[in-house]
Design a protein around this ligand. Structure first.
Ligand code: HGY
Ligand code: MN
Ligand code: MN
Length: 411
């Protein structure tokens, strides 16, 4: 356990430097130089671990521990290497390192398994830059096309397509990232919980039963720029007045569901943004999540109706860009049961729980038997520089992953 903890610590401590905001959290956006540096380091680690390395046309990196029969569906484990802005040092990337450690432990068994074990480092799970999400894991499933890459832009108007080209990838070939149907038999992901449950109850391991569904939108409310002093209140087309009337209701619409449904306005932009100018435009994001898709659809419909009503009152309009719609997913009971037995044998404290965060497992679990292991987030904090998890928890997850993988690889 000591040695495992030490290797994981060393790798994650090294990765902390690959951020665009040193001293203010991890900012490792897709197709950035920080992403490139992190992938280069992952490549070195995979080679050092004796894995066969390949990078695909979507910016994903894979390390393969070859089995006897590579034609059999593989066992894959991993997570994402990108981050949010000013995020933590463990979200995603820790799962890639735990998967790599799993490969090291499997290799140390000294036997050749029937199937390949594949370590995956996915690109752009967060959707932080383009508002979308699960770009790399979606590409692996054949869900990303050149048209998709052209459609979504970041705040500077740069499309995924152009960002890929500047990174040295050919977006016209993004569909080549698709793995053959049936070639991935099982997917395992370790991730920090990013919530308070494990830490509050002093529990070491979370066995994730399911992951929430999500809707993500970017709304634009149109108004008219006017002088803030001379324009009478009843003559204004004030985009902030309209947007704020609707935004102020969204959190309560989620609370009213009373079942863990959440809704967040994380991004707002007022244009032209002058202290003495009536707002011409307001852009704002909405992220709605629930294990019950009907709740999400209901809140989305309420937002649409409220914006229609409020803009009509002042004779203006609004636009809605749908960034992401994904169903909730139930994770593999077969793999959960195997993990549960291992966890009990090691006498690790554990709890079954759902995930309020989306993950690559949310995308992959739509099609492939998938399981997630959570480790505690200190004070339940994440997507912030204070995000922290004690390293021994990652070692325990790696030990559990290795035992699960051993069983699945020998089937
Ligand atoms: O937003 C999320 O749930 C995850 O961190 N991508
Ligand atoms: Mn995240
Ligand atoms: Mn994550």
């Amino acid at each position: 356990m000591e040695q495992i903890t030490q290797r994981i610590t060393q790798n994650l401590e090294h990765l902390k430097q690959y951020t665009a905001t040193p001293g203010n959290g991890c900012t490792r956006l897709p197709f950035s130089k920080e992403a490139r540096s992190a992938v280069n380091y992952l490549r070195d680690l995979m080679i050092e671990a004796g894995l066969r390395v390949k990078e695909d046309e979507a910016g994903n990196i894979f390390g393969v521990l070859d089995g006897e029969d590579p034609s059999l569906p593989c066992v894959m484990s991993g997570s994402h290497y990108d981050s949010v802005v000013h995020g933590g040092d463990y979200d995603g990337i820790a799962g890639v390192i735990v998967a790599l450690e799993t490969a090291r432990l499997l290799k140390k068994c000294g036997q050749k398994f029937k199937r390949n074990f594949v370590v995956a480092g996915f690109n752009d799970e967060e959707g932080m830059r383009f508002g979308t999400g699960y770009f790399g894991s979606g590409a692996m499933l054949g869900l990303r096309t050149p048209e998709y890459c052209r459609k979504f832009r970041d705040k500077d108007g740069i499309s995924i397509y152009d960002a890929m080209k500047s990174y040295g990838l050919d977006p016209e070939k993004v569909e080549k990232a698709k793995w053959k149907d049936g070639s991935i038999g099982h997917f395992i992901e370790t991730h920090i919980e990013q919530g308070p449950v494990l830490d509050t109850h002093n529990i070491e391991i979370g066995l994730v039963t399911g992951i929430v569904g999500l809707h993500r939108y970017m709304f634009t409310v149109h108004g008219r720029a006017d002088h803030a002093g001379t324009t009478p209140m009843d003559m204004r087309l004030d985009a902030v007045d309209v947007a704020s009337k609707v935004i102020s209701k969204i959190a309560d619409w989620a609370r009213e569901k009373g079942d863990g449904t959440v809704a967040t306005v994380g991004y707002m932009n007022v244009l032209p943004g002058g202290i003495n100018i009536v707002a011409e435009k307001v852009e704002f994001s909405v992220d709605i999540r629930s294990l019950n898709m009907a709740n999400i659809e209901d809140i989305a419909a309420k937002i649409q109706a409220a914006l229609t009503e409020e803009t009509a009152k002042i004779g203006s309009t609004f636009d809605k860009e749908t960034k992401l719609v994904i169903q909730p997913v139930a994770l593999s009971e077969k793999m959960l049961t195997i993990l549960e037995k291992s966890t009990q044998a090691h006498q690790f404290s554990y709890k079954r729980l759902p995930s309020g965060a989306g993950h690559d497992s949310l995308e992959i679990g739509q099609k492939i038997p998938t399981v997630m292991i959570f480790v505690p987030s200190k004070d339940g904090r994440s997507h912030t520089p204070v995000e922290h998890t004690d390293y021994p928890y990652f070692a325990k997850a790696a030990m559990l992953q290795k035992e699960l993988a051993e069983q699945l690889l020998s089937e």
